[in-house]
Every structure is written in C-alpha cells, then in structure tokens.
Design a protein around this ligand. Structure first.
Ligand SMILES: [Zn+2]
Length: 313
C-alpha cells in the first residue's frame, strides 16, 4: 500500500518537471531479474554478466547527456517496478539525486558502483572541491571493478544463478583485459609528448591517466557549466603553440563549442582539424559495433590515434 501512495506522489512531482512520460504498461518477465540502469554504459555491463537471466533497460538512450538528464514520470515508474536500479554515482546523474534519495526510502535495491569502488582510485575534481570525476568507464581496469560490483549485486538478488553470473563475469573480464592491452598498444603509436587529447568536456581524465594522454576539456567534468570565452582563448593559444593536429567533438555534447575553439585556433594562424566524434557519456546505437562498451572504447581510441598520428613526423 505504502509503495503505491509513494508512486502516486512521485508521479505527480515528476510529471511537472519532466518533458514527457511514458504511460506504457511495463511488461515484465517474472522469470527474469528486472534491472534498470541510468546509462547505456551500465546497461551493457549488466547485459554481459546477466545474459538471458536478466532484463535490462537504460533510462538514457545513446547520445543523451547524463549531467543534464532529468527523469520522466515513466522513468520513475520503471525504477519503482525494478528489482535492481544501477546508477553510476559520483554525481554523474546530477539532476537525479533527489529521485535516488526518495527511491532509497522504498524497497527497491539501488546501487551506485562509482560510490562503492575504492575512492583512492578516483580522480579528484578540480572544479568541485571534495568531489571526484565520475567518468570512471574510460579506465578499463577501473571499469572491471564496476563489473565485479554488478556481478555481486546480481548474485545477491538471484543466488540460484550464481555460477552463471560468475562464469559470464569472468569471461567478460578477460575481454576487458584484451581491450586494455589494445588501447595501450594503439597509444604507443603516438610519442608521449604528442599524446594530447582535447575534447568538448572533461570526460577523458581517467583515459588520460591510464593510457598516458594529457587531457584538456573545454567544459569541465560536468556539462552544466558553459565554457567561457577565457577558456576558449587559453585553449586556442595552447593548441596553436603546441601545434596539436586535432581536437574532438563528443556524441552527447553539442558541437558548437568545439567549432568555436577550432575557429579561434585558425585565427592564430594554425589549422587544427576536428579529428572525429568521440563517445563520452553514452554508447553508440544498439546493434552497431559502438553500441557496446568494448566497441565504443575501441572506436574512441582508434579515432584519437588515427587523428593525432597526422601530427607525428
Ligand atoms: Zn560527462
């Protein structure tokens, strides 16, 4: 009873802030664990471990910016009906914290792997004192720890299928180890001092730390704050001085800021290319290579290395 009253109250509250809500009746397979994730990145991890024992859905689709995303009434309903809700944590889903707090008061299991893994492995935020950078998925080794957290949660809820989840998890972690090696090998094609990655927002610091790239984002670790003219000027000076061959747009962030940066570099007499579009805070479309975490990370590193190698003499 209490659950339904809360559901009603939450729907009323969130209908007012949401752009639209889906009223579609949720069809669940009672034989399967019903998991809701916030991002496609988490969804892919659940799918790899849970296989056909789990039904998983991401609230945010491809190309959606999690820093700005607000839950719809339909999202709230999906979360209320789930066996498990997984969100990244570390304030990635900055506009959803009130909802997670309210969901914590009812009996839906909610986990945030980013808030569980050892904080000594996290990168401190330079803009938000006392906070960490939430983009943990770009260090493949660190993401492997998230995979473990997800595996443990599935086992806790469905111990009957423990062996199945462990076997899938171990298999998947082997693939992640190969991915980590692939990135390291590709990064080696660029000399250390020329490994400079400039993107729309600071999503790639973990990538930079793990694989030896200096990373500069035009916006900070959240897209909530706009890039200032001073940021554009400073970064344009840096690119022109260092003769960085390419900068990158991102699939979940509008391109206008990076284009303004490119124009500012041109004004300084240096021709910087847009090296391609990187996936930052979401995966690509389902059914494509980039619709998986491994495909996305490979695509990113290939795009980065292929563009920066043009500056290697
Ligand atoms: Zn981000």
């Amino acid at each position: 009873m209490k659950k339904w009253i809360l559901l009603l109250i939450m729907i009323i509250i969130f209908t007012s802030i949401a752009s639209y809500g889906s009223n579609k009746k949720i069809q669940k397979d009672p034989e399967k664990l019903n998991v809701v994730t916030t991002t496609t990145i988490l969804e892919d991890a659940v799918r790899n471990i849970g296989g056909d024992k789990v039904e998983v859905e991401s609230l945010m689709g491809p190309g959606i910016d999690p820093h700005l995303y607000k839950a719809s009434a339909g999202d709230v309903e999906k979360m209320m009906n789930a066996d498990l809700i997984i969100f990244n944590g570390i304030h990635l889903e900055g506009k959803m914290s009130d909802i997670f707090e309210k969901l914590g008061q009812i009996d839906v299991k909610t986990i945030a792997p980013g808030d569980i893994i050892d904080s000594s492995k996290l990168i401190q935020s330079s803009e938000f004192e006392g906070n960490y950078d939430p983009h943990i998925w770009f260090d493949v080794k660190l993401w492997t720890e998230v995979v473990d957290v997800i595996m443990d949660s599935l086992i806790e809820l469905d111990s009957e299928n423990k062996d199945f989840y462990i076997s899938n998890g171990e298999e998947y972690k082997k693939e992640l180890e190969e991915l980590d090696k692939y990135i390291k090998d590709r990064a080696k094609e660029i000399p250390d001092e020329q490994r400079v990655l400039i993107t729309a927002h600071d999503a790639f610091s973990y990538f930079g730390n793990a694989y030896g790239f200096q990373v500069e984002g035009l916006q900070g670790i959240s897209t909530v704050a706009e890039a200032g003219t001073l940021d554009v000027k400073e970064l344009a000076d840096f690119i022109a001085e260092r003769k960085i061959p390419a900068i990158f747009v991102e699939s979940s962030v509008p391109t206008k800021n990076i284009e303004a940066l490119q124009a500012a570099v041109h004004n300084r007499g240096f021709n910087v290319e847009i090296g391609g579009e990187l996936y930052s805070d979401s995966l690509g479309n389902p059914g494509t290579e980039e619709g998986t975490y491994i495909g996305t990370v490979k695509y990113n590193v290939d795009t980065i290395v292929d563009a920066l190698i043009k500056g290697v003499k």
